[in-house]
Design a protein around this ligand. Structure first.
Ligand SMILES: Cc1cc2nc3c(=O)[nH]c(=O)nc-3n(C[C@H](O)[C@H](O)[C@H](O)COP(=O)(O)OP(=O)(O)OC[C@H]3O[C@@H](n4cnc5c(N)ncnc54)[C@H](O)[C@@H]3O)c2cc1C
Length: 509
């Protein structure tokens, strides 16, 4: 085992949480190393080839995860510099103010957060600037208070989508411009494809590599080590401090001893790393005195819907520019909340064929060309029984999807709406465990050390020099995309670390 030169801070993972934390801490001058298991995504023809991406899965990991019953599946969990954001849909939306408080659904309730929306607002504002988010305030009645407007105008609707927006408005809905981290001219300049689930090779997506990490690496005190897979954290004899980070790179094992460790390997892998690091002082795994690590796995209950008019073509390339929160706070008829609706990236025959292998692609193209493609997303409620753990070297995921009444209700309401606005056929297919895109909750944050693994500043209750800043700390999944909230929490935690080092109170400004 080799020892590396000394560093002050080791950040594990360069995705949304890790890269944004690094950007926040970099100006402090602390010597920071970011250990990233993956490599940079290099441009090649497959990065814009729907058949390569969806049918052949060339960017998916080679690994398998397992259900408790033993069935194996290949998860869409991505290991690149920039993490899952390299393939994300770049919807950078804030949790609604109500999401920070307990919410009562038909089949259960959320616990709320240890602080409210106003506490998060300044960091939302700063990460929107870091990720150059484009949007338009004033269109969505559920939009929480913003201290700053979006600096850039929204990505424009394509003609077919502008038509859908008008139809929805005429039906009394409130379609809004999705807040997006996309420079559409640059994206289309590389190739005329959607961006949602297509890998970014620095071609116009604002992701963890192109924004957070680029900002961090502009500082000489920050280094990135790629193909560096962390396999274990070590503690002192009492189990109170993390004393070393052990990682493998090119077949060699390295050991570094930073004074601060920041875990951001994604909700599944961060939890597994803590569990795999169990030792004599911490036999149930690190940060796990409250037995919370790996529990409360959430992933959104979501479906893809193809809204079809047989005689109307959708000539869109990217499509993904509008959302609706009309059923976010209630079902529109005084019943419990249902969730968020947004467009998917444009679905093509090549994408559909990845699900319908025996259908000719030409027939699927005919279908796809007449469809507008929606994504229906409902909150997944935190349950201690919904878990990820290691069985030897096997990753076992026992996702207990919850709150299906909300998802089913959202599908039913949207079928009504879409038929009313001119789509007589609505085909719906749920996403399942092979798509853990919005994974979160496995190292939950909370004010009570008996019920949470990290405190409201993302510091481990059990180890004073360990912070967790990825999606695993989210105490609730809400029903909107998670990345902006992950980034805001990470930047807030970085400010906390800087403030505590400098002996000053934390400030978002
Ligand atoms: C196809 C797709 C579309 C999505 N669309 C959206 C969207 O439109 N809007 C949105 O808000 N969210 C979206 N998401 C989700 C979003 O990308 C995630 O919520 C976000 O990236 C989570 O950040 P994270 O820091 O928790 O994890 P990641 O961003 O995944 O970062 C984790 C990093 O840790 C690295 N790592 C893992 N294990 C180790 C280890 N042992 N050692 C070292 N490094 C390690 C990984 O390689 C990765 O780089 C999407 C995700 C996918 C897959």
């Amino acid at each position: 085992m080799k020892a590396n030169e000394s560093v002050d801070v080791a950040i594990i993972g360069s995705g949304m949480g890790g890269a944004t934390f690094a950007a926040g801490l970099a100006p402090s001058g602390a010597r920071i190393v970011i250990l990233e298991r993956g490599e940079r995504l290099i441009d090649r023809p497959e990065t814009r080839d729907a058949r390569a991406i969806f049918q052949r899965g060339v960017f998916r990991p080679k690994e398998m995860w397992y259900e408790p019953g033993g069935d194996a599946f290949n998860p869409g969990n991505y290991y690149y510099v920039g993490g899952a954001t390299k393939l994300y849909g770049a919807v950078l939306i804030r949790y609604r103010a109500q999401d920070f408080r307990p919410i009562q659904y038909a089949e259960g309730a959320t616990p709320g957060w240890p602080f409210d929306y106003d506490e998060m607002e300044p960091w939302y504002s700063r990460v929107e600037a870091l990720y150059r988010v484009r949007g338009q305030l004033g269109e969505d009645p559920t939009e929480p208070k913003h201290s700053n407007p979006y600096v850039f105008p929204p990505v424009p609707d394509e003609p077919a989508i502008a038509d859908v927006r008008e139809r929805l408005k005429r039906a009394g809905m409130h379609p809004f411009s999705l807040p997006l981290g996309v420079d559409i001219d640059r994206w289309l300049n590389r190739a005329k494809t959607p961006w949602d689930a297509f890998p970014d090779t620095n071609a116009g997506k604002m992701d963890a590599e192109t924004c957070g990490l680029a900002s961090a690496l502009a500082h000489d005190n920050v280094t990135l080590e790629t193909s560096a897979r962390v396999i274990k954290l070590e503690t002192d004899a009492a189990g109170k401090r993390i004393t070393a980070v052990v990682y493998e790179k090119n077949g060699e094992t390295f050991r570094i001893a930073p004074s601060l460790v920041v875990l951001a390997a994604g909700a599944v892998n961060s939890a597994l790393l803590l569990l795999a690091s169990a030792n004599g002082a911490m036999p149930n795994g690190l940060a796990n005195c409250a037995d919370q690590v790996g529990r409360h796995f959430m992933n959104h209950n979501s479906s893809a819907a193809l809204a079809i008019h047989p005689l109307r073509r959708n000539g869109s390339i990217y499509q993904k520019t509008i959302g609706c929160n009309d059923f976010y706070l209630d079902d529109g008829r005084g019943g419990p909340p249902l969730g968020n609706v947004q467009l998917l990236g444009k679905i093509s025959g090549a994408i559909l064929k990845s699900q319908l292998r025996w259908s000719p692609e030409i027939a699927l193209d005919l279908l796809a060309n007449r469809a507008v493609d929606f994504y229906f997303m409902s909150e997944d409620l935190p349950s201690p029984e919904s878990r990820v753990w290691l069985d030897g070297s096997r990753v076992v995921l026992d996702w207990r999807a919850s709150n299906m009444a909300a998802q089913n209700g959202l599908i039913a309401r949207m079928r009504e709406v879409l038929r009313a606005v001119g789509f007589p056929i609505v085909l719906v297919k749920p996403f399942d465990r092979r798509t853990p895109s919005h994974q979160c909750g496995t190292i939950r944050m909370g004010a009570d050390p008996a019920k949470a693994a990290v405190d409201p500043d993302c510091r481990s209750y059990d180890h004073e020099n360990l912070f967790v800043v990825d999606a695993s700390v989210l105490p609730t999944s809400a029903a909107v995309n998670p990345a902006l909230t992950v980034a805001a929490l990470a930047l807030r935690a970085a400010d906390y670390v800087r403030g505590s080092e400098l002996g000053q109170p934390r400030s978002a400004n």
